[in-house]
Unconditional design. Structure first.
Length: 201
């Protein structure tokens, strides 16, 4: 059975496990999510569930009509493919109780955006010599070749850094707090505090 839920990154902390070791963990407020749409093979060509998290304070008419069956005008909607073993309907709730301690998950989200950056920060280039009044310590330097007389496509150069989507595989769930809708995951996850995350089992 495939498991999935939407969550919000709260931050990082550390806990002491059964062996007495200090383990860094990320705290994620996951769910509860409501099923807003069920897609089937006959009508849509594939099986999927659309789930939503949060509540829109002033929903417009399209969102109100789309989420009418679920009864909740969700603020954020995401779709997940499912297999034949999952049978759910609009209005069903997905919460952290579907996950277990020690389970492996993959978490996707947008990494931190850093704006326009130079080659050193964006790609880890080495700087030029700083002695004798060298005027371009942090510049990229030569970018072209003599023969084609143009810059090759895909050349590593200064540019926008983030917020690209990133997925981290094999993260371990350290603890599940069903009462407070919290997941404690070993290690770090993409994004800044408050960023939306997709957790898949």
């Amino acid at each position: 059975m495939s498991k999935f839920i939407l969550g919000k990154k709260i931050g990082m902390t550390s806990i002491i496990n059964e062996d007495g070791n200090l383990v860094p963990v990320t705290v994620i407020e996951a769910g509860p999510c409501v099923v807003t749409q069920v897609k089937g093979v006959e009508k849509d060509g594939y099986k999927a569930l659309q789930i939503g998290i949060g509540t829109e304070k002033k929903p417009n008419k399209p969102l109100t009509g789309h989420t009418k069956k679920s009864g909740v005008a969700s603020k954020t909607l995401k779709e997940f493919r499912i297999g034949d073993d999952i049978e759910m309907k609009e209005g069903d709730i997905v919460d952290v109780s579907i996950f277990e301690k020690g389970e492996k998950v993959k978490i996707a989200g947008n990494i931190k955006a850093k704006g326009f950056q130079g080659g050193i920060k964006r790609w880890g280039f080495k700087s030029h010599p700083a002695g004798h009044g060298h005027p371009q310590q942090r510049r990229v330097g030569s970018i072209g070749s003599g023969y084609p007389q143009h810059v090759f496509k895909g050349k590593k150069m200064p540019g926008r850094c983030g917020p690209d989507r990133k997925t981290i595989l094999g993260l371990t769930i350290v603890d599940v707090d069903v009462k407070n809708n919290l997941l404690l995951v070993k290690g770090s996850v993409p994004g800044v505090k408050g960023r939306l995350l997709e957790i898949r089992g």
